[in-house]
Each structure stands twice: as C-alpha cells, then as structure tokens.
Ligand binder design. Sequence first.
Ligand SMILES: Cc1cc2nc3c(=O)[nH]c(=O)nc-3n(C[C@H](O)[C@H](O)[C@H](O)COP(=O)(O)OP(=O)(O)OC[C@H]3O[C@@H](n4cnc5c(N)ncnc54)[C@H](O)[C@@H]3O)c2cc1C
Length: 377
Amino acid sequence: MKEELYMYDVIIVGAGPGGIFTAYELAEKKPELKIAVFEMGHELKKRKCPIDGDKVKSCIHCKSCSIMSGFGGAGAFSDGKYNITNDFGGTLHEYIGKKTAIELMQYVDKINLRFGGEGTRLYSTAGTSIKKKCLQNDLHLLDASVRHLGTDINYIVLEHLYDYLKDRVDFYFDKAVKDVEKTENGFVIHCADEMYESRKCVISAGRSGSKWMESVCRSLDIGTKSNRVDIGVRVELPAEVFSHLTDELYESKIVYRTKEYGDLVRTFCMNPKGVVVNENTNGIVTVNGHSYEDPERQTGNTNFALLVAKHFSEPFKDSNGYGESIARLSNMLGGGVIVQRFGDLIRGRRSTKSRIEESFTVPTLNASPGDLSLVLP
Ligand SMILES: Cc1cc2nc3c(=O)[nH]c(=O)nc-3n(C[C@H](O)[C@H](O)[C@H](O)COP(=O)(O)OP(=O)(O)OC[C@H]3O[C@@H](n4cnc5c(N)ncnc54)[C@H](O)[C@@H]3O)c2cc1C
C-alpha cells in the first residue's frame, strides 16, 4: 500500500486522561497548533464490553478491550475518583514540587466541574475522627481530598470534553501506532499502512501500552527505570460493613505494616455499593471496580483492592513482567479471574461453586471459584 505523509505540529499517542488533557491544554493555550490524537481503541460511544452476564459471561478477549482502551483510556468507566493529594497515586510532586502538583490537581478538578461534574461531592480526610481510630488499631489513614464523579458523571464529563476537542483536534480511533521514528524535523509515527509526521510527539500510552512504550524507548535510545508493581486482590463485602468509612470519606487509603514480614499493605480504589469488573490487558484478564452515582445502579456490595507494592532493582527489574506472570498464573488456574471466599482462604481450602453459593456475600462478578494461595507469592 502507498505510504502517505501528513504534517502536524503535535501528535499525541493515546486518548486516556494523559492524552486528553495534553490535547485540551494545547487547544486552549496554543489554538494555532495542528494537533492529532491517535488511539488504538474506539471512540467513546462505541466502547462497549460484550460481557452482559447473560449470553457473554466472561472475557472473550476482544481485539481492543473496551474497558482499557478508547477515548477516556483505562478510566473511562472508572468510578471517577479524583484524589487531590501528594500522599499516594503517583510521584508527580518529585518532579514539580508538592505545591505546584496540588495546584495542578485543583486545576484539573475545575475543568472536570466545568465539563459536567458540577454538583458532585468533594470528600476530605481533614478533621476526621477515623484517623484516630485507625492509629489506635495500628492503621494509618493517608490524607486526601477526593472528588467523586461516579461512573455515570465521569462518562458525561468525557463526552463533553470530546465535544469540545473534536473541532480543534484530529482524532484517529482504532488506529494503533506501531512505531515512532525520530527525524530531522521531528517525528514520523507509523500505523499499519500509513505514516504521519509531526514536529513534536507526546506518548501517553498508559498501562495497556506500557510494553509497546518500552520498545519505543529502546528504539529511540531513551533510558527507562523500573517502577514498582502492586500485587493484591480485590475484596468485596456487604456495603454496611464499610459504610462508616465510605459515607464520610468515600475512599480511604489505609496502610498497615504486617507483623511478620513488615510488608506495607494498603487499601486502594474503594467502590461503595459498586461492582467488580473484568479488564483485559494484552490478553491477561484481571479485575477492577466501578460504582455509580445513580442509586438505581448501585449494589449491596462495596469492593476495594488490598495491595502490596513490590520494587525490583538488580539483576531483575521487569516489575511489569512480574505482575503479568502472576496474573497469567491466575488465568491459567481459573480460566479467567478466580474468586475465593475469605473463610476458605484462611482455612487453606479452595472455594467451590457450592461454597460460593452458600456465602452470604454474593459476588458481583461471575468468576471461577478457586484457591488464591496457589497464585499469590
Ligand atoms: C476500572 C478502572 C477504574 C479506575 N478507577 C480510577 C479512579 O476512580 N480514579 C483514578 O484516579 N484512577 C482510576 N483508574 C486508573 C486511571 O484510569 C489511570 O490512572 C489513567 O487512566 C491513566 O491515564 P493515562 O492517560 O496515562 O493512560 P490510559 O488511561 O491507560 O490511556 C492510554 C491510552 O493509550 C492507548 N494506547 C496505548 N498504546 C497505544 C498505541 N500504540 N497506539 C495508540 N493508542 C495506544 C490505549 O488504548 C489507552 O486508551 C482506574 C482504572 C481502571 C481500569
């Protein structure tokens, strides 16, 4: 096929929050620039996970996972929790300072409110008595303000952002970038049968593109460093059990240092009255959580992740690969995601279909009953 050459001032790879806000800032501050966004997933309204719990009960490994890819990126159907804090969720403050980092988060919050999030609640740990209660129990509550948009409002904000951007930016959906080449004038990006030229290139490929990004860095001779990987499980329990936390704080990041090995275990991504969902990253199926503002779509369960961070240095530093191989093992044993009753886990026995059915907590995700102790190191 004949290769054509196009010219942009800036090409952005990935239409997740990173790519969207890069496009937004450029469109606002430099409207004269010609900008394009390339996204391997679908546009927002075409993003639909085929799992309906009826005909399609579990992941069928679509070519591009609608949960992870497309306009809005990995968080498009997320709970829309925006944590305004330097205490967790990234290390931006190490590069730009704590004050500027908080100011930027507040700036993003204002944009979200302007594009449909007005009226949503901002929770805060400031002055809460839960902090003292945690300390009395050897637990540490991290400080944050949390804007909770909810999966439904988060979607509306994305719709409005797309409406605003589509006349200012060229979007290319279902278009995976295969290669990025440095040239005299800037960059040439290669898709399956076309290539596009730009003066600058911003790559914001997220988790689903992290392996590809490693190969781009190798080919452009850009140094990389190994990040931590979080290993853990998603816990689901009756919403009443955690309502004293979720009603006041919505999301609480609580840290515990284990007595035996000194591991720091933390809660992450709470979804009050939410659902557990599958997500497919490069063919490996794991779980995440969603929850809705709309009471009609809420469930009787709250879910959250319990995680331990693992850092690697030498000789092994492929933290991504480590996490992936644990998830792959779980997929191998369960044919997908494994669900286990807490009681079975601590008794050292696998869960079976009948044991899950006997449980008072009904899982919101259809997963294979099994034994997580065979998976977790
Ligand atoms: C179910 C779920 C719930 C979450 N809940 C929350 C939450 O409530 N609050 C919160 O703060 N965070 C949440 N997160 C995390 C949040 O979504 C991520 O931190 C955020 O999406 C990262 O943004 P990003 O732009 O860096 O990457 P991503 O959102 O991953 O976007 C990257 C995009 O790049 C595309 N891409 C990758 N490679 C290529 C390529 N070669 N060519 C073209 N396109 C490519 C991908 O398809 C993807 O759309 C959640 C994540 C999930 C999956």
